[in-house]
Design a protein around this ligand. Sequence first.
Ligand code: PFF
Length: 487
Amino acid sequence: MKRDNFGSSFGVLAAAAGSAIGLGNIWKFPYITGKNGGAAFILVYLACIACVGIPVMLAEFALGRKAQKNTVGAFKELAPGKPWYLSGGLSVLTAFIILSFYAIIAGWVFAYMFRAGSGELMSVSAGNLESYFGGVISNSKEPMLWTLLIISLTASIVLFGVKKGIEKCSKILMPILFVILVALMIRSVTLDGASKGLEFLFKPDFSKLTKEGVLEALGHSFYSLSLGMGIIMTYGSYVDKKENMMSLSLKVIIADTLIALMAGVVIFPAVFAYGFKPGQGPGLIFVTLPAVFKAMPYGGVFATLFFLLIAIAAITSTISLMEVVVACVSEQFNMNRKKAVALITVGLFLLSIPSNLSFGPWANVKIFGKNFFDFFDFITSNIFLPVGGILVCVFASFVFGVKNTITEITSDGIYKFKLKNLFVIGIKFVAPILIGIILLHSIGVFNLIGSDKINAKTLSVYGGFLLLPCILIYRYMVKRAEYAKKS
Ligand code: PFF
């Protein structure tokens, strides 16, 4: 069966940028920037994008395009007879789990968009907005219906395939997102007192930067670019051989970073202009911002537009997450797309139920001390994503081989790759080491050092996590060396 492909360069760019630009940019980036002191954090974030984002994105696009298959099929094709396909399986699992709770937050955004549009949100007094938000998310029925709506909406787009579904929709939605963002930016920077917010965003104060902040920037650069989970690899498999991968990757990275900064320019000048605090954490857009909009003339209109903006960003990301799973199930099991989408939609909704309930009746049901939502978020964002990222670096560098990866990036030599040497250093050493640091940090190894928490149990758990990949990589290197000697 002929595989669907993207129809135009702009289509690929809109879809890949649509995937990268998501809740991470408009919800998470501003609040972690606020928490970590503003401009200094942004500079570190930009450095992380350059060191980790560029090489890993290039490698993922290249591996996908070379194989022209879903992630499991791609690893099977490029390393036949070896267990690397498990790495593809990990990315499918990661995308599936992330989508099950990402859709919940997207659901809250939709709920807020309609409440802002109907005027209900603007009628809540500023002091009650926090408990109002708590009420919206802890209600056990309504958030589930919103989650179902998000998953179904995503499914109905993915169902139409790559060109007629994902590409068409991204080509319409991404320009709309940009126009709304520009309109909101103009509103925000023209408010009296906006300059303090701009100063917070763009005037670096390195004394505010902590070790935690640097690690958060590193982790977020990875998350924001949709790396380590097969999205870029899957989209890469639908890209034409003639497409210039370097310019495509750079454009996606620039768009993702620009939109995150623009979201900051929408949020912080308005927050400062009305005397609110920037470091509110995850509640920044659901609690602080509605209070800001309430204080603003025509605030209801701007609030509705703002939540519409996030809703668009979220949907173009959920379709990319779903495509990773749909491509794998339909191709590996030879199932038609309709059946695969239906099956995955049902599975996703079922998996989202415990996460949804963890904001209400199941708040006290814990796995390893975390409720379902936090547990799923933790294992995917903090463990599976960095592991997936390291595996991509190792695979592109040593298994498929860095030379072959470069040949694919340059479309068999059609395009010049001026920064080839930097790419080699980045993909072989810098990116895997930095991602390794994210992994060690997120599983708490750095907290153990010098703390009194070290005991036999924690050591064996953390040791197991660390040792296993080390043994696997070591075994692989030894085998490779033996093979090289023989031939
Ligand atoms: N990159 C998108 C975002 O920043 O929201 C989508 C996404 C990718 C979400 C990877 C989550 C994730 F782990």
